[in-house]
Design a protein around this ligand. Structure first.
Ligand SMILES: [Zn+2]
Length: 170
């Protein structure tokens, strides 16, 4: 598994070309929202919320909501899996999203909020896709780093992380 620092560095470096690509393909608004979601996901909304990790501590006072999430098991398909990981986390924070929605309705009125959502729905989609890209960049880094460690172990007999076999089992 790649450590927290490596994951952060990968997130910062890859977000720039991805942002430029999104800007080229879909325009500046989508690119900004996509990149924000990508960075947020890479730093604080990825599969490593299933352990006491950098992403976990980045939730500050709210981090307790992720403690029961560990029951999925570190690197289970529900936390590190393709699509499933992000969707599970979105479901996990759905009470927060609902609370935000209610607050917005309270402040601006239901019609205004629904108007915003129906007008800018594509930005919501861009945000969710950004979250998934951030999560997948995390999981891919985990997989390639485990494969590298396995290779080093098999070739040179050097064990970089004793628990690297765990990834294979799940
Ligand atoms: Zn991980």
């Amino acid at each position: 598994m790649a450590d927290g620092k490596t994951h952060d560095a990968i997130t910062y470096f890859t977000c720039i070309p991805l942002c430029l690509l999104a800007n080229f393909l879909f325009g500046v608004n989508i690119a900004i929202v996509f990149t924000l979601a990508y960075v947020f996901s890479g730093l604080a909304f990825n599969g490593d919320l299933d352990i006491e990790s950098k992403p976990y501590f980045r939730w500050g006072l709210l981090r307790f909501i992720w403690i029961p999430y560990r029951r999925f098991g570190h690197r289970s398909k529900w936390t590190h899996g393709f699509l499933r990981g992000t969707l599970t986390r979105l479901l996990w924070v759905s009470p927060l999203i609902l609370a935000l929605f209610i607050l917005m309705v309270y402040l601006n009125g239901f019609t205004v909020v629904m108007n915003i959502i129906t007008t800018y729905w594509y930005l919501i989609i861009a945000f969710i896709i950004g979250l998934e890209f951030g999560s997948m960049s995390h999981t891919l880094a985990d997989i390639s780093s485990s494969a590298w460690k396995r290779f080093v172990y098999k070739t040179f007999g050097i064990r970089i992380v004793p628990s690297f076999v765990k990834w294979k089992k799940k």
